[in-house]
Design a protein. Sequence first.
Length: 504
Amino acid sequence: MASALLEAREITKSFPGVLALDKVDFTLRAGEIHSLMGENGAGKSTLIKVLTGVYARDGGSIRLNNDVINPKTPLQAQGLGISTVYQEVNLVPTLSVAENIYLGREPKKLGNIQWRVIHEGATRALEKLDIRVDVTQLLSSYSIAIQQMVAIARAVEIEAKVLVLDEPTSSLDKDEVRQLFSVMRKLKENGMGILFVSHFLDQIYEISDRITVLRNGRLVGEHPASELTRLQLISKMIGKEESEIHASSEHTIRDVPIKSGNPILTVRGLTKKSSVDPVNLSIHSGEVVGLAGLLGSGRTETAELIFGVTKPDAGSIEIEGQPLKPGSPRRAIRMGVGFLSEDRKRAGIIPHLSIRENIVLALQANRGWLKKIPETKQQELADRYIKALKIATPDADKPIGQLSGGNQQKVLLARWLASQPKLLILDEPTRGVDVGAKAEIEGIVHDLCADGMGILFISSELEEVLRDSHRVIVMRDRKQVGELNGSEITSQQLLNTIAAGGHE
């Protein structure tokens, strides 16, 4: 058993009205990959920020190689040997790959930067990770996966002892994840300790040596990954008995009956050059229609065409039989369409605004800025949805940027529910949220269907699409290749349809 590399003991951290960490212990050993698991709001991000100098702890101690440390900034933590790679790559896209790796510590001679040394050093650093790219090119010219490898190369080059990977796989495809895991194993063999955070259970079990579980800011337990089943892990994370989880997993959206009548949404021949080939679909009141396919299959592009984010080259859209002129989200909203984007950071939340202000945003836009919603009405709406969706916050005036990912997602759901849409497009509504929050969001979808709302549901997790759809439209290579109904909605049939591309 390797010696302890990083030890945190009885870490306590409070925010106004919230005890985020309550005497939490965490131990990372040299040469191991240790996953930190828990629901959104469990304290994972707070613990990472305490360890990396973003937050000052209120109590407890941290040791690195048995020396007491007290990093007050991420730069100090980095100097001590603790480096972090975040879900959103925290580098400078307008600088070259090499400049990003050496940013802030450029080698100089007689006051001039030694570019040859930088380029050669950056190339060597990436080759250690089996990455071969032109380091003189802008970082932004490469994929998110390569950008994350650059961030890891930078961490390795500053001689990090501890590498914190916070949701590094959320935007990667399977091949990119495989490449990242290969790099992680290589770093582990070289004695680095890696703290890994992910909401993908399969990835956790594929790469982890040990798992620490937090719940409500408290330590639930620390376990070897090989000795903890998936069901046991979920049980510990959400605080439910395994029998309760079994019972809830047997329920699917198809237990909720679809209301009869004309379709809410009718799409015919929707086409966008080099984006989506003809798509035809309809959604009735109380029906969830899933869009399933692999990364790049055209799911998000289809959703954006329907909502008006992009304008189609051909095709028609109708809402309850009335034509929806394409290319205008405002018109879509006025006709009763809501759209929860897959990128809540860039196209969803306004981080410096309060929860209340974020919730009323779509409703206010629909009314027009001259008809301001009274603050008492805003507060009433916010309080209602905070309670209904179980948003974890002391009050509605807390900035949304301070909430966990799952709670931010619930606020965005509340935004569209407050506008009372007939049709709600949910693009990756559970991405980057934990098991408990996923179950709550899926439960909300079921309730909305029971109330008669039509939903277009998109998720990269195929089992989620199968569980939460009355019908499934299957896409591949940016075109519609099939539709599954009733007993056809199985993982095997879905995979067969994707593989066949619509041809048996």
